[in-house]
Design a protein around this ligand. Sequence first.
Ligand code: NAD
Length: 274
Amino acid sequence: MATPADDLATAAGMLQKARRLVAFTGAGVSAESGIPTFRDGTGLWETFPPETFAQWDGLVHTALAHPAQLADFLLAVLEPIAVAEPNAAHRALAALERSVPTAVVTQNVDGLHQAAGSTEVREVHGSFLEVVTLKGRLVCRLDRAELRMVVDRLRRVRVGPAKLPRILLALRGLAGPTLHGLTRPNVVLFGEQLAEPDWALAQEDVLGCDVMLVVGTSAEVWPAAELPHLARRNGARLIVVDPGHPGPGGIWIRGPAGQVLPELLRRAFGEAMF
Ligand code: NAD
């Protein structure tokens, strides 16, 4: 039976031989940056069920009937992203580009892969740092300081009675009426199409890779969760890095991404990686 050390050595060998890599990441890769995952015990969905908070119908109903709950949900989602910085896992994936052509296909909406220096990033569920029209046309990109301003305003809303007009005012810059029409953050809710062109590019990347690193995802959100299966069917080998989920097959290296990925890269490419 292979030991964890054997698996790490095998995975390092796979990275050394890889011609083209895809890193497929989920909420777990940002957990060590202080952004909670949705499904773990402490996850957001425990407090804010996705049937209500990840769908337009539920959000609109909450806005009208329970505005304070909407403000709490927005704060719970936006605040960790607004103050987050890339962690060792994001930095390791960015460093990987120096040794192997690497595309990062992420389900995350926090912009941390780009902040760490990854240059080919497909955000298949969009990003809270982008503002789009209701038809999906990009209006502007925000930086984290601008997101923090929205969070600060939402915090002030929560001090008094959280009436809907005050919440909408607090969200200005991120959502609401503008010269371009109504705007919203560019994040994909349940039942919506995945973000384009990133989704099409992600599928091309997956079909072109010979090794896929699957990092910090329960791989339960479809159709994104199809990508590791597509990679395997196309002959790619999988390395899963996750403390709790074995993922969709391949070698499973159990542990937090911020520890495992730097160690894996050091083994594959030496200390000079960092
Ligand atoms: P998930 O919450 O379903 O699963 C998280 C996975 O991360 C689990 O397998 C867990 O074991 C693992 N994990 C926890 N800590 C880890 C660590 N330190 N290192 C590595 N792995 C760790 O996440 P998902 O599969 O990405 O699906 C949730 C959906 O919610 C995604 O589609 C995403 O859009 C969204 N989301 C995004 C963020 C973000 O942008 N940071 C955060 C939460 C959820």
